[in-house]
Design a protein around this ligand. Sequence first.
Ligand code: GLN
Length: 198
Amino acid sequence: MKVGVLALQGDVREHISALIACGVHPTTIRRTAELDHIDALVIPGGESTTIAQLAEIFGLFAPIKQRIAAGMPVYGSCAGMILLANEITEAKDDQKTFGGLDITVKRNAFGRQVDSFESDISFDDGSTDLIRAVFIRAPWVERVGKGVRVLARVDDHAVAVRSTHLLATSFHPELTADHRIHRYFIDEVAKPALQKVQ
Ligand code: GLN
């Protein structure tokens, strides 16, 4: 499986390292031609408005949106979650998203309470072990549509969700040494979704 990391802004390098640790050989994506060579994509944490604007400038916005609509597996962390949401609140004027996940995400939702924090949370992948979750000006999911499953919560707020081919977390597993979320994306989201497409 060829996995790309959208490399316009944000913590690209950390996602690359996490994917390598999972046995994947990721490539960075900055041009439309590069998009043609990947089966799955990771959208890093960073600043969602900046990533969307740069994607537009680099001609990547429409092609990524189309690939997602056509079933390309994508994992988005934090800003990446915002970019996968069909709907956002607290958005900047005219803020656009790739969409694909039928969720409403509130930007900077935890930000008003506390800018950054870490928490050990449970993640619904069949393991009872807690996972260390790093939240940085993080969003949370306010509304979950049909076909979207909540995989983790903090104080009743959904912070990890998935549909058939899309996974999104409010937190940054790429900033920890625990690669469970990346492995979950590869094995439980991307692989089954790609098998279905073939
Ligand atoms: N608050 C940022 C945004 O709206 C996301 C923060 C992050 O990715 N750590 O894009």
